[in-house]
Design a protein. Structure first.
Length: 206
């Protein structure tokens, strides 16, 4: 996936959204509990010294969403800024790995009963920044990655509550080095999150 595909996807979704009489839009924000993949340490590209799976910490997100009614189902594209943090033990000290990204989930949902609905769909992710405490960032394998969202939501008037699970599909290593050191650290930055969200619909219900 490249930037052109992402831009065209956003434009296509926006065109459908504004042309559809059953559309609405709003703002959203949420908190998450997230982890990333293993942290591995290499010396002169030989021999793994550390195999560290890390542990989760909290994160947050905020953005906008649209909702397009298609009979019994709906399409919900979102554009979200996400900040995640995971914890690793490095040289007997606890260090944080922080990542920020832009997410474009494209969710397909169906109403189950009353205000309750379930949904699932791909999320297209653009990595903005990587930071592993005290280490110098070298490169990232892919700026663009793809993941999966699925979850459930409640619509209570203009307010929406949802909980979802997100998992990155694309293996995406980030490389760091210690300052003045020949040690290379490689981290699998694929996110795995449980996200609790709150949304507010800005348009009147049609």
């Amino acid at each position: 996936m490249n930037k052109r595909i992402l831009i065209l996807s956003i434009a296509f979704i926006a065109m459908i959204f504004y042309a559809n009489a059953q559309s609405s839009f709003g703002v959203k924000a949420g908190l998450s509990y997230n982890t990333t993949g293993e942290l591995k340490e290499f010396v002169n590209e030989t021999g793994t010294i550390i195999d560290n799976k890390g542990s989760g910490k909290s994160g947050y997100n905020f953005g906008i969403y649209g909702k397009i009614g298609l009979g019994p189902i709906y399409l919900r594209p979102e554009l979200v800024y996400t900040k995640t943090t995971s914890k690793y033990i490095l040289n007997l000290e606890s260090v944080d790995y922080k990542m920020s990204k832009l997410d474009l989930p494209v969710l397909v949902g169906i109403k189950v009963i009353g205000p309750l609905s379930v949904y699932a769909g791909p999320t297209f992710q653009y990595v903005l920044d990587n930071d592993l405490q005290g280490l110098q960032y070298e490169n990232v394998e892919n700026d663009f990655t793809i993941g999966l969202n699925f979850g459930a939501s409640l619509e209570l008037g203009r307010l929406g509550l949802d909980v979802r699970y997100e998992r990155g599909f694309t293996q995406n290593e980030v490389e760091f080095t210690g300052v003045g050191s020949n040690v290379i650290y490689r981290l699998d930055s694929r996110p795995e999150q449980i996200i609790f969200g709150l949304s507010y619909r800005l348009t009147a219900k049609k």
